[in-house]
Design a protein around this ligand. Sequence first.
Ligand code: 13P
Length: 255
Amino acid sequence: MKSKNIIVGNWKMNPLSLKEAEKLFADVVKSISDIKKTEIVICAPFVYLEKLKKISKKISLGAQDVFWGEVGAFTGEISAEMLYDIGARYVIVGHSERRAMGENNNDVNKKIKSALSAGLRPILCVGEGMRDENHEYLNFVKIQIEECLNGVSKDSISKIVIAYEPVWAIGKEAPHPATPEEFREMNIFIKKILSDKFGVKEISKVRIIYGGSVDDKNAEGFIKDGKANGFLPGRASLSPEKFSKIVKICEALSK
Ligand code: 13P
């Protein structure tokens, strides 16, 4: 059986209070009550996860980062096991905003392994900073994927979601999102890298999703023409109205 499409809301460092987070989450839950064919995940700040878990089981919870160490003297860090214990089932790893703070492919690789062994499903973010006419950006993404997935077993690959998030398309300063055609090219390219590494059968359940200025206006094209298996919206995930529209578009196009 094919995996369901997946929409992962990345709240980033929002909202500013637990009260607002609970309201936002409850509003999102209400707005997606009739969704059956699409998996929905909210990646909220660590400090809200446990409370949000109590509001509804309809939405899975994810964290926005994890530390690779298991236990011990790592001041300020949070382990995969701790996240699983409070109810998280997904975790974003290698987001470009964390890479911009110094995280490299080797760190991301350790985080993926640690997440998998604690039962968390990693959402691996990859994407180039800019595009160039010589298509060097393809090589950049290939290296990201190969290094981040180094040593991951064939049995585990179906648990990983790959989010293609070109850095130039993220955030309110971005001039525009990628086009469905640009995503389509990358989608095929990523599948090829994965099938070479893990085998065609093993990767048939891996979902490749798009992130970078996704909204309710452009979502349809990414699924229809880009063959996206879902999305990783940032800003749009903070509006229950926009987020639920994206989810409904995805649901309507799900087989
Ligand atoms: P925006 O949708 O706000 O561009 O953010 C994308 C992103 O970084 C999600 O992880």
